[in-house]
Write a protein that binds this ligand. Structure first.
Ligand SMILES: *Cc1c(COP(=O)(O)O)cnc(C)c1O
Length: 399
């Protein structure tokens, strides 16, 4: 963890920060960031070792504590999100776990959007509950429900926007006001937009969490995560990581650094193709409804336009019919990858009702609006005409 105070980059644009923030050259003069593949570090003499251990002197001791490649990644993601500091973690779930463990205690209460990543729901409901942290789940867009769920003990509000798979858009500004009026922290999972499209801290959120596995890498190579926010909060999260160990590896940090260099170009391309695919699907006779905030017909369109600089790469749509028809369309594709992952250069397609949201009861799924005829696509970087043709193979058969 480090403050981002590197002068020449202080007012630099996102594209510049994505390439340059956090770079420290070694005496070798390397241009590309090196991977520090070392678990520990040597000291010049016994006095220096003692000073590093008792904290009198700053410096590397052990890679569960600090690693220069991970530090470069942390400085870069902090700069991109506009946060004072960041910490890298072993996965997106490790980022959420570390945030919760560092900033919550037994007796606290959390309000979490019902429409977050399924494993996040389990983390709060199953594990945080075990340690005496109560959690209430509320529909993402129901501000009255968020207000109603507020208690004396509420310490944290947690949400993801846009939501998966229906692209619902939450008003970060209003929820941050609600959080702060009640002395709570607002935590936003910014996985779907990335700082290229949305910076929740600038809208009043206190902490941003990431699954770097998705768009930060963008090429499906590594699992990792990040937490970004004020230095005083990040120092708590860092202490948890140092003590409990779900740290990011140097190699993964290096992959994410390379991924971030192209973040703007990729997010713009994903967004452009997703919008074109959404418009094409919307006029298709075999398609019942398309969910993408870039469409004027989407209820979150106006808010997304204010809050995001583009609409991202994930969309979903209902085919006319039910599960059989949805599966037919998915199975007819020959370019898209049938996988639950997202945020990859390769387009992925999945049937949420029987995979990512398969553990929900029929009633919960219905409440969440995830029908059996729904298909989710994470639009990659292939030629858009090829992607349309790939979906048309299955859709034409339905018509
Ligand atoms: C994938 C994902 C996570 C979890 O991240 P991992 O890197 O898989 O641990 C959390 N939130 C969202 C929105 C995700 O898509």
């Amino acid at each position: 963890m480090n403050d981002f105070t590197d002068d020449p980059l202080l007012n630099a644009g996102l594209e510049t920060l994505a390439v340059r923030a956090g770079v420290v050259r070694t005496a070798e003069g390397e241009h590309s960031e090196p991977i520090f593949a070392t678990s520990s570090y040597v000291f010049a003499n016994a006095a220096e070792a003692a000073a590093r251990f008792n904290g009198e002197e700053q410096g590397n001791v052990y890679s569960r504590y600090t690693n220069p490649t991970v530090r470069t990644f942390e400085q870069r993601i902090a700069a991109l999100e506009g946060g004072e500091a960041a910490v890298g973690t072993a996965s997106g779930m490790a980022a959420i776990l570390s945030t919760a463990m560092a900033l919550l205690k037994a007796g606290d209460h959390v309000i979490c959007s019902r429409d977050v990543f399924g494993t996040t729901t389990n983390l709060f409901a199953r594990y945080m509950a075990k340690f005496g942290v109560e959690v209430s789940f509320v529909p993402l867009l129901d501000l009255a429900a968020w207000k109603q769920a507020m208690r004396e003990q509420t310490a944290m509000l947690f949400l993801e926007t846009p939501s998966n798979p229906l692209c619902e858009v939450a008003d970060i500004r209003s929820l941050s006001t609600l959080a702060h009026d009640n002395d709570c922290l607002l935590v936003v999972d910014n996985c779907f937009c990335t700082p290229a499209l949305q910076t929740p801290l600038s809208l009043g959120a206190d902490i941003v969490v990431h699954s770097a596995t998705k768009y930060l890498d963008g090429q499906g190579r590594c699992v990792g995560g990040a937490v970004v926010g004020a230095a005083r909060h990040m120092s708590e999260v860092e202490t948890f990581l140092r003590t409990c160990g779900p740290t990011m590896s140097a190699f993964n940090a290096w992959v994410f650094l390379k991924g971030l260099e192209t973040l703007r170009l990729r997010m713009d391309a994903h967004s452009r193709s997703a919008l074109e695919l959404a418009l094409w699907l919307q006029q298709h006779s075999a398609v019942q409804q398309v969910y993408y905030a870039g469409l004027e017909s989407h209820p979150g369109h106006e808010l997304a336009k204010r809050q995001q600089s583009a609409f991202g790469g994930v969309l979903s749509f209902q085919v006319r019919g039910g599960q059989e028809q949805a599966w037919q369309v998915i199975d007819a594709t020959r370019i898209m990858s049938l996988t639950a992952n997202l945020g990859d250069a390769k387009t992925t397609i999945v049937h949420p009702a029987t995979t990512t949201h398969g553990r929900l009861s029929d009633e919960q799924r219905e409440q969440a609006g995830i029908g059996r005829n729904l298909i989710r696509v994470s639009v990659g970087l292939e030629n858009i005409e090829d992607l349309k043709a790939d979906l048309e193979r299955g859709l034409a058969a339905l018509g």
